[in-house]
Design a binder for this molecule. Structure first.
Ligand code: H76
Length: 474
């Protein structure tokens, strides 16, 4: 009986998270503790932003994937490990971090023109070098020729441009003597306790020194040592949110007491949104992702986050491919975080400027289909992706594939009628609509742009309520 009540209480508790649990529950102490999805203002803003810029910048930007004349094709930010460079040699790169071309206002302008609403910058990547003057290490910006707090300048410039700033932080630290992959003996345990203290101190320092920060993006949390410290990550997340109310934290930070990551041992998402979609997207028909917040982080080349001198070593995505990913994410309730790897001198490479410009040009025409939008609750069609703005009730069709028939199929839900279709940039002029059945229609524009993805706005009326399509039917 007691057991039954226990399960009942658990099931009720989980029902409020919006995730239906069918299997038996495990007792999890350090799992999720927020009701998800979060509905406070900060989280709503995070969700409405939809499009963000990731920035990977550190000492690895100086060699840019090339060491002693040899080009390493693996991710440039891993060069220390790929080229087996000694700590001393790597640490000495700090002496060359003069970043004379660093112009955060220009960076922010590029980002703004691209159309991003938030940015996530690596405050410390696996190499351990800190972009801010940290009280807890010498391996930071203060001990470079630049000396100044580049992170402060960055936060100011992006904030002034109206872009929300988030911090990436790697727990894994190749520079810190106390970092351990695993905890196998007492010595490891003692060392890792110090690493935990260092991590906590630095994170408290970051959210305190830069109160503008909106979110934290944890990485390097897959090691056994971290997985054995579920309680610590649980308490740390709470502590940081106490200091910085509204803080949005990715799922990658946490492990529960059984070592389960992202999702606790009962399958409940930890943190505020899922950050497992790295360089990949969910299947376009995946319905599960519609029920939660998530973010996909993406590189422009195949697998380069930090600056790599040679982009010809892998496929480089075109702006059109990237726009398609952004729209797909929005259509499935996810955010899209597109990575940039600034150069060792502080400049932004011309290829990235070009990508930013082209995406920006598209966003200027079509961003209404992105910001504040989410899933439309309509069956996906082959021409592309639907998105939906819950506040206006507008449904957007972003077309990536033109049918040879010139007819764009729309299948509504029962009880809905299609009132009107128009191009986003010419909403006064209605496009021709052919009704096929009680639910199916063709939108038949006379002429379409076949060079760029384009957006058609649909006005869908719910017959019973007499209102426009309001809620995404998930
Ligand atoms: C592996 C790995 C790291 N995670 C990505 C987000 C990059 O930071 C990459 O270096």
């Amino acid at each position: 009986m007691k057991r039954t009540i226990f399960y009942l209480v658990l099931i009720l508790a989980f029902a409020t998270t919006g995730i239906v649990q069918t299997s038996a529950q495990k007792e999890v102490k350090y799992g999720q503790y927020n009701g998800l999805p979060r509905q406070d203002q900060a989280m709503k803003k995070w969700r409405e932003n939809r499009f963000g810029q990731f920035i990977h910048w550190g000492l690895y930007a100086i060699p840019g994937g090339v060491w002693e004349g040899k080009t390493y094709s693996y991710a440039a930010e891993f060069l220390k490990s790929s080229a087996k460079i000694s700590d001393e040699t790597w640490d000495a790169l700090a002496n060359d971090f003069s970043i004379e071309k660093y112009d955060p206002k220009e960076w922010a302008k590029i980002a703004k023109n691209m159309g991003v609403k938030y940015v996530t910058i690596t405050t410390k990547h696996h190499e351990g070098f800190c972009l801010w003057p940290s009280e807890y290490t010498e391996f930071d910006i203060e001990n470079t020729p630049y000396k100044k707090d580049l992170l402060r300048e960055f936060v100011d410039a992006y904030t002034a441009a109206g872009i929300d700033v988030n911090f990436y932080y790697s727990v894994l630290d190749w520079h810190h003597p106390d970092w351990r992959y695993d905890i196998e003996n007492t010595e490891d345990e003692v060392a890792f306790e110090r690493l935990k203290e260092y991590t906590q101190n630095q994170l408290v320092e970051l959210v305190t020194r830069y109160p503008e920060v909106k979110g934290l993006w944890f990485d390097g949390t897959w090691d056994k040592s971290w997985k054995k410290n579920g309680l610590f990550s649980y308490e740390l997340e709470k502590m940081l949110k106490d200091i910085s109310p509204g803080l949005v934290v990715n799922s990658r930070m946490r492990a529960d007491e059984y070592g389960a990551r992202h999702f606790d041992s009962n399958g409940i998402l930890m943190g505020d949104y899922e950050s497992g979609y790295e360089r990949r997207l969910p299947d376009p028909n995946n319905k599960e992702v519609l029920t939660r917040d998530w973010e996909c982080c993406m590189t422009i080349p195949e697998n380069q986050w930090g600056y790599h001198k040679d982009w010809t070593i892998s496929h480089v995505k075109s702006p059109l491919e990237l726009i398609e990913m952004l729209v797909q994410c929005t259509s499935q309730n996810g955010n899209f975080l597109l990575n940039f790897g600034p150069m060792g001198n502080g400049d932004i490479r011309k290829e990235e400027r070009e990508v930013a410009k082209e995406i920006g040009a598209w966003m200027k025409q079509n961003s209404e289909a992105i910001y504040g939008c989410g899933p439309a609750g309509l069956v996906k069609q082959d021409w592309g992706f639907y998105t939906h703005n819950d506040k206006t009730g507008k449904v957007f069709m972003t077309v990536f594939n033109n049918p040879v028939s010139g007819k764009y199929r729309v299948r509504l839900n029962k009880g809905q009628t299609l009132q009107k279709a128009s191009f986003i940039n010419n909403q006064k002029e209605a496009l021709k609509i052919e009704q096929i059945s009680s639910t199916d229609y063709f939108v038949v524009p006379e002429k379409v742009n076949s060079q760029q993805p384009f957006v058609i706005i649909l006005e869908i009326l719910n017959k019973e309520s007499g209102k426009f399509h309001q809620k995404a039917l998930t």
